[in-house]
Design a binder for this molecule. Sequence first.
Ligand code: PHE
Length: 509
Amino acid sequence: MSLSFEGLREVDIRILRFLAEQGDKSRLNDVLERTGIEHAALVKSLAWLEEKGFVSVERIELEFFSLTDEGMHYASSSLPERKLLNFLIERGGKATLNDVLKAGVIPEPMVNVAIGWARRKGWIEVLKMDNETIINALCTSPPRGSDELLLEFLLKKKSAKRSELPEELVSAIDLLYKRNLLEKRSETEVFVWITSNGTALLESGVEADEGISLLTPDLIRTQAWKNVKLKKFNVEAPTKPVYPGKLHPIIQLINEIREIFLSMGFEEIRGPLVESAFWNFDALFTPQDHPAREMHDTFYLKKPSTVRLPREELVYRVAKTHENGWKTGSKGWGYSWKTELAQQAILRTHTTATTIRYLAEHGTPPVKVFSVDRVYRNERVDYKHLAEFHQIEGIIVDKNVTLRDLMGVLREFYWKLGFKKVQFWPSFFPYTEPSIQSTVYVDEYRAWVELCGAGIFRPEVTVPLGVRVPVLAWGGGFERIAMLRLGLDDIRDLYRNSLGWLRQTSVIL
Ligand code: PHE
């Protein structure tokens, strides 16, 4: 007499036999290769066997490390701080900052980074003397640190699991990751083995008991279905994941923000990425010597290097407002305003350039417009900063609107986005008075996070445009919201477009 176990199929027996022969834990991939069973069928069968207690399955998360392009570059030459030290030694142990810049041993944007790290490692000291910055070497050839050794190791090995790293190098992982020299990738390894119940089942000489999985017209017509055994389906059995096409998570979130503003009665506007300094700064009463306008904050364009200014009358009013306040009731900044500086072509540093441009053409109340769009700042990219990012911006123009309306609108907006606790703090911007900063409470961080700046445009901003009613304005961070939504703590991950990550992000954020 042959034994049976309800639902046991031929393929299950094959897998059990294979595992019994191995005697030990097998990697899922080996089972797949050596049995030749199709992936979906194997996974389904293992899930069933696990549920019945005939096999055990273990999943282990493995982290793999490899070098980024920048990491590869330093691994095959040397870290910028090492280059700096070597340069100092060549020069007899010291050099001025200017010498370092001139010598070009380190690309200019990296000089500060090199100095920072060399200092932190205790290799150099930096002194200021007579307006000169002098860099002194404090050692000649310090031993290679764990960061340099890890770079070398990964250059040879290409990719390594944590367990494959020599113990003394593990401490350098976070350091290199923060410097963007190292990439992490995680993979799950699945191991399976047969249990004693599984072995007992095989030894009992059990046979497959599949039942009929296809109900044919014949079975129905002849009523034979009443007597045959029908196979049970487990509709919750795991299957191979499917990765359908979908919108990028950034676009999904932008669309969600659009929906919120539209539902609140706003219209969307857009403006040029290449702006004149006039719209980005001057029209916003930002003086021409304001630090934000400097090259290390703002990108200036070579081609075109200038942008045509709007009608003369408007430029005249803005110029006079800066110089002496014109008819705005202000004293202005009291300097002589220069057209050449206003004509400079830049990449907009905030989308307030777009709302102010719009206001100049559409100042008649009521106006409620918003934009979610790209802006550019000359930032060194790291886990917190990007040079190209997005801002959420808007204005409301109407007769009797007040700061309370502004706070109410922002509160409602963030509420709809899922932030239930919103607070406002006094702040400063050259173009608003009063000015506020909004923060929202984030449970995961147990902290208040700054999200946007806001305020009422000053008369110095609105009067030259011929606008005589209050204009409520706000603008602020998009990426931080995206990171919270997507559970990221490195802003660069939003735009790495790693396929693995994109696949596992959900369609509804
Ligand atoms: N433009 C400001 C920023 O980039 C935000 C802001 C917009 C502040 C409008 C006040 C009014 O941070």
